[in-house]
Every structure is written in C-alpha cells, then in structure tokens.
Design a protein. Structure first.
Ligand code: SF4
Ligand code: MG
Length: 334
C-alpha cells in the first residue's frame, strides 16, 4: 500500500509584470518548476528521484511537504489529503513528514547550539520541553553517530559530515514516518558520502522509515533506491523498479543519464551519449516533448505532440513517442 501518493502535482511561479509590460500586453511570465507530477511511495520503500540540477526535484520535494505551496494537484499521505489541510493540522502532519536538506552549511543556524537546532521540532510540535527535550535530543544525536557531550556546541565546530548528521537528527527527532532526503550527500566529500548513505540506510531499517531520495547521481540511486522516477524539466519522463529502469532504460533521457555511468546495468561498453545544449529554461519550455531540443532520437512529431506516459513492464512506464520502436542510445557501437 502506498504511504504517499502524489497526484498531478504542479508548482508554478508567476512573476508580476511591470506596469509597462502590462500596458503593452506582454504575457505573464510563468515558471513551471513542477508540472503535473504523479508518483507513489510504498511504506518502507526508497523512491529515488533523479534528474539534472534545475529540473525541479527540490521544488517537488518541498511541494510534497507544502514547504512550497503547490499550485495544483494533491498529496495524499497515509490516507489524508495533505494539500487540503488547514494550517494547524498541517503542522501536526509535519511531525510525520520531514526533510533533510542538501547543504549542511546553509541549513543550520550558526547562532544556535546543536541542542537548540535538533530540539526545535520537539518544542514546535509540543512533544517535549526542558530536561525531557534535552534527553531526547541527546538520544537522537547518539543515534546519528554524534555524542551527547556535543549538545552545547555550535555548527561551526563540526565537520561537513557531522553537520549533515545534525541535519539528520533534526529531521528524526519528531519520530517521522516519511523523510524527503534532498541530495543529502552531494555537498559532502566523496569519502564522507558513503558513511552518510550507510547511516541513512541503517536508520531507515531500524526506524521503519520511508524515503523520497533526491539525487543527480544515478549510481547513488542505483545503490539505495527500490524504485526510481526520472525528472526532466518539471515532469517525470520514466519511472519503475530500479533494476528494471537501470537495466532496461526506455526513455532517451534516462539512457543519456545512464551512459555517463559505465558500471551500472548489464552492458560494459556503452557509448557515451552527449546531449546537445543546456537544460532549456522552465520559463520558456519547448513545446511537444520537452526533451526534443536535446534528444538524438527526436522526429517531427516530437516538436508538437506531448507524449503520454505508457506502461512498458510491471510498474515501469515512460513518456516517449518512439517507445514501440525499441530504439536505444545505449546499443554497443561496433
Ligand atoms: Fe525524444 Fe521524441 Fe521520445 Fe521526446 S518523444 S524523448 S523527443 S524521441
Ligand atoms: Mg535541488
């Protein structure tokens, strides 16, 4: 059963026009950061969300938690429509839905002690205060590999990896069921990344957590996710069980992501697919298939017709006009 269901979720940012622009009838500028995303996460599962930076992954993670208010669509968490909750009930629900941020330097208040930072959700949700809050905070700190004796220190007294452990402790102190992990290791040294990933997996197992794990690194997703959703310009272009998607990627964009990683999937000598151009601006996204400006397989129809998501295999689907042709950018070059 799904713990989390996201239905047709969008987050659009509308920029106000200047008076001059309004008088000349210039169109309103709208950034479609997240556009009609549907996905589900089962209890105890890790859903990996992958895509280039700027594709809307973090906005989606925040819109699910209503840290950024969605423009439309629904988020159903454990049977409750989170998008319809009034503020007081949303606050209560947040106890169960938490987030670990990407940047352990920016996400911790430098003027607060670890006890204050990690203990804040306890006060916010009325879970505990005073000595009891301190006891719980110390316990969580030790759970993430720090020491109770470090409670009264400040963030600058910790290394990057330790700061991310503090961020993890803050997310876990309210005893949540679901955590958005927003690129929790990409700001860290490679040598530290594996430790933090191991910690997150251990915590998930021991505490029965469910993760939406955001990353731009397909080898990280391949290592830890059960299912994966591939995002391009605010939309999910392919999703499915991680083994199925990595071994049989069907969307040309997924194939291009995989071509950069030689040791994922069954083939050894994959050609490196180089996409032309940059990620188009979400202010002015291409018509038709949004990937057509960079897709090596694009045909005329791709420029005007939006491809529907279609099933490929059990729980595996992709949105591309040329799926049936079974083409692959990853065929061995001989
Ligand atoms: Fe490429 Fe066309 Fe498929 Fe889009 S629909 S991914 S442009 S082949
Ligand atoms: Mg991001």
């Amino acid at each position: 059963m799904s713990l989390l269901r996201v239905e047709n979720l969008s987050k659009h940012y509308v920029f106000n026009r200047s008076l001059g622009q309004r008088l000349t009838g210039a169109p309103q500028r709208v950034v479609r950061a997240v556009n009609g995303v549907s996905l589900s996460v089962k209890k105890g599962e890790i859903l990996g969300l992958i895509g280039e930076s700027g594709c809307g992954k973090s906005t989606l993670g925040r819109a699910i938690l209503r840290l950024h208010e969605p423009s439309s669509g629904r988020v159903v968490f454990d049977g409750t429509d989170v998008t319809a909750l009034p503020a007081a009930e949303l606050k209560a629900m947040r106890r169960r839905m938490q987030i670990i941020f990407q940047d352990p330097y920016a996400s911790l208040n430098p003027r607060r002690t670890v006890a204050d930072i990690v203990g804040l959700p306890l006060a916010l949700h009325g879970i505990a205060s005073g000595a009891e809050a301190r006891r719980i905070t110390a316990e969580v700190l030790e759970r993430v590999g720090l020491r109770a004796s470090q409670l009264d220190r400040y963030p600058h007294q910790f290394s990057g990896g330790q700061r991310q452990r503090i961020g993890i402790a803050r997310a876990l102190v309210s005893n949540p069921d679901f955590v958005v992990c927003d690129e929790p290791v990409s700001a860290l040294d490679v040598s530290i990344q594996a430790q933090i990933i191991a910690l997150l997996l251990e915590l998930k197992r021991d505490l029965g957590l469910t993760y939406l794990f955001i990353s731009h690194d397909i080898s990280v997703i391949g290592y830890l996710a059960d299912r994966v959703a591939v995002m391009y310009l605010g939309e999910i272009v392919e999703s499915g069980p991680v083994i199925s998607v990595l071994e049989n990627p069907r969307h040309p964009y997924t194939q291009s992501l995989l071509s950069a990683v030689p040791d994922v999937g069954p083939r050894r000598s994959r050609p490196r697919v180089r996409l032309q151009g940059d990620l188009p601006s979400p202010l002015n996204p291409p018509a038709g298939c949004k990937f057509h400006t960079r897709c090596p397989l694009a045909v005329a129809a791709c420029k005007t017709l939006v491809p529907e998501k279609r099933a490929i295999g059990p729980d595996h689907s992709a949105a591309c006009h040329r799926l049936e042709e079974g083409l692959s950018l990853l065929e061995d070059v001989r």
